[in-house]
Design a protein around this ligand. Structure first.
Ligand code: ADP
Ligand code: MG
Length: 639
């Protein structure tokens, strides 16, 4: 509990005790000469002094518990914001005091404060999980400069500098391990509880905790571009993408409060005017109506449910950029996957090297050099297979042709590395390969040099991911790939996908997704899942873009609406499940709160509900709705 919450709690206890005293307390011990507080003497007194004394006894607990509400109501009126919760509570309770319902006035305030306390506690709880994520922010970096180690702010370190990360420290910047071996705790980023082992040559991402060994790391990205900064940005902005339901509530409150205030005025004024009621009866009824009308339950619990859903998802390693995307996710009907890096690991093994003229080593060297600047998984795998250090001075005029391959000048000779399409583009005749796998052709200035066959593995949880989506009621799963027909179809069959389209250029993928968007029915939505390498246009074209943002691939975090921190496709089903659960909760809360409210409001207007029922309707509904909202957060990750 925060200090403020503790203070409120003490005020509630104090006011409750004072109220008990006011209602039942003896007066004997009070100085007899003080008429204000000597209520108990004889009720038969019936004097003005007696009434005043009673009034003061209740006024004390009332002010203890309600002074801040009254103060806020007055201040808001001064600012021209008349119709808010504070205003409703203030006029309802002041009115109650006025017509002699002393105990009720104090009770209404007391319960209102209990509700407020509960709400602030609940909001704090769900903020906490987001805050846990926030703790990934590193405080410093140990950077090696001129032979000495200095401790500096992470944003002062430049790309290419060497940093030291001791056991127990947080990785401050993204980089590549130069020396050392250690286990990294990635739980804060991915929700993955098993530590990840790294050694020299491996990438490390900021935000992880170095558990065991000393690591020497060469920084590859500046702090503003590091994984940690991107995630923090994303989480901080998560609230700005409001769900439709949230916007509805804000608008609703804007019209609702003045509407009920006018209704209450009408209830107070009209019946006595037509002679149907006395002024005090009608006033009483109007005040009850006001107490009931407070829309807190709705106003609080709907955003809290979305917040809970986002928090629950982030615990499971899925970052959702706002409540709006939970709404879309819950309606997912078609899921379209990219292949490389999304369903497959994107780590290719070289399975064959078939040169035409030069030696195998030479062919691989040319390919690796030409690919030296590419971030494509194929490029990385070729460099890995080559194994030796690449002298980037030998490479110039690099040009990526997405969905096809690369062109570069290596040692002064123009080299093309890529697929059939690229060879056709440059008019080089190529040989198909009998080996199963992705064929990477290499050509130089119109001459075919040969090809390298590489093969990728599907991710361990890919088949499970597809199966889970089916159980969740996703109507269609589709794979789009730029890879060869044989490879794409083999993967699709292995994973049980409904549809597969191969040999697509990035622009073809957009076209395919547009065609698939036509196939949706009703309110169904299409999700595209990609690794962000040349599929950013599709990510934004889909109803919802899901990116593999975590380890390895250069974060497509920006283009996507949802980011899977650990690159596991099975987390899509987890996210959809959380989204569905959150929306069920939101709907329950809206129906429940509005239903109870409407019922008690009608009863109140008809004079069938008293102040106590009004208080229960308000506080009770809020508490139940808040408890329900907190379910969105808990255990949402489990199937
Ligand atoms: P996917 O749709 O499976 O993610 P991409 O669209 O990234 O595949 O690439 C499609 C195809 O283009 C690859 O299978 C490969 O043949 C070729 N290609 C793309 N980039 C490169 C590269 N840097 N080096 C070699 N081939 C490439
Ligand atoms: Mg791709």
């Amino acid at each position: 509990m925060t200090n403020k919450q503790k203070k409120t709690l003490w005020r509630i206890i104090a006011a409750a005790l004072l109220l008990v005293w006011a209602m039942f307390g003896p007066t004997l011990w009070l100085p007899a000469g003080l008429p204000f507080v000597s209520v108990g003497r004889t009720a038969a007194d019936g004097t003005a002094a007696f009434a005043l004394a009673l009034w003061v006894r209740f006024l004390i607990p009332y002010l203890v518990i309600g002074w801040d509400v009254l103060w806020r109501a007055v201040r808001n009126i001064a600012h021209g914001q008349v119709f808010d919760e504070n205003f409703l509570m203030a006029i309802a309770t002041v009115g109650a005091l006025w017509i002699g319902e002393y105990a009720e006035a104090v009770f209404v305030m007391l319960f209102y404060q209990v509700g407020e306390l509960f709400q602030s506690y609940a909001v704090g709880k769900s903020r906490q999980s987001i805050a846990e994520l926030m703790e990934i922010r590193p405080d410093y970096a140990n950077v090696e400069r001129d032979g000495a180690v200095e401790q500096v702010d992470p944003d002062e370190v430049e790309v290419g500098e060497t940093i030291l990360i001791k056991a127990g420290e947080r990785v401050p910047l993204d980089g590549v391990v130069l020396e050392g071996r250690s286990d990294l705790d990635t739980a804060a980023l991915t929700g993955e509880s098993l530590p990840r082992e790294v050694q020299s040559g491996d990438d490390v991402i900021s935000g992880c905790v170095n558990l065991t060994g000393l690591l020497k790391v060469r920084v590859t990205r500046a702090f503003e571009e590091s994984t940690v900064s991107k995630i923090l940005d994303l989480v901080e902005n998560a609230g700005s993408k409001k769900a439709k339901a949230e916007n509805f509530i804000t608008k609703f409150a804007r019209y609702y409060t003045p509407a009920v205030v006018f209704a209450a005025v009408a209830l107070a004024v009209l019946p006595p005017l037509i002679g149907a009621m006395t002024w005090s009866e009608s006033l009483h009824r109007a005040l009850i109506f006001l107490v009931i009308s407070c829309p807190c339950a709705l106003v609080i619990s709907v955003p809290l449910s979305f917040f809970g859903g986002i928090g629950g998802a982030s615990k499971a390693g899925v970052l959702v950029k706002g409540g709006a995307y939970l709404e879309v996710l819950a309606r997912t009907q078609i899921v379209v996957f990219d292949k490389t890096g999304t369903l497959t690991k994107g780590v290719f093994n070289v399975t064959a090297i078939h040169p035409e003229t030069c030696g195998e080593d030479r062919l691989l060297e040319l390919a690796a050099l030409a690919e030296s600047w590419s971030q494509h998984p194929i490029a990385r795998s070729l460099r890995e297979a080559y194994g030796k250090d690449i002298d980037s001075g030998r490479v110039s005029e690099v040009e990526e042709r997405s969905g096809r391959g690369v062109r570069a000048v290596v040692d002064g000779t123009e080299i093309f590395v890529g697929n059939d399409k690229l060879m056709d583009d440059i008019g080089v005749s190529w040989h198909p390969c009998h080996r199963v796998g992705t064929t990477v052709h290499v050509a130089s200035e119109g001459e075919y040099l040969g090809h390298i066959v590489i093969s990728d593995e599907v991710k361990e949880d890919a088949a499970q991911a597809v199966a889970d989506l089916k159980t969740l009621g996703v109507a269609k799963t589709v794979m789009l790939t730029g890879d060869a027909k044989a490879v794409g179809e083999a993967v699709a069959a292995q994973l049980g996908l409904d549809e597969v389209h191969t040999q697509l250029l990035p622009a073809d993928k957009v076209e395919r997704v547009e065609a698939l968007l036509e196939q949706k029915t009703g309110k169904g939505c299409l999700a595209f899942v990609g690794d962000g390498i040349n599929d950013a246009p599709v990510l934004s074209r889909a109803d919802i873009g899901i990116a593999m943002g975590g380890l390895g691939s250069d974060a497509a975090i920006e283009a996507a609406d949802v980011v899977l921190m650990d690159d596991k496709p099975s987390k899509i089903a987890v996210a959809i499940r959380i989204a569905k659960k959150t929306l069920v909760i939101v709907r329950q809360n809206i129906v429940f709160a509005l239903g109870v409210k409407a019922l008690v409001l009608v009863l109140g207007a008809l004079g069938e509900a008293n102040m106590w029922e009004a208080v229960f309707a308000d506080v009770g509904v809020s508490v139940i709705a808040i408890l329900n909202a907190m379910r969105a957060m808990k255990g949402a990750g489990q199937p």
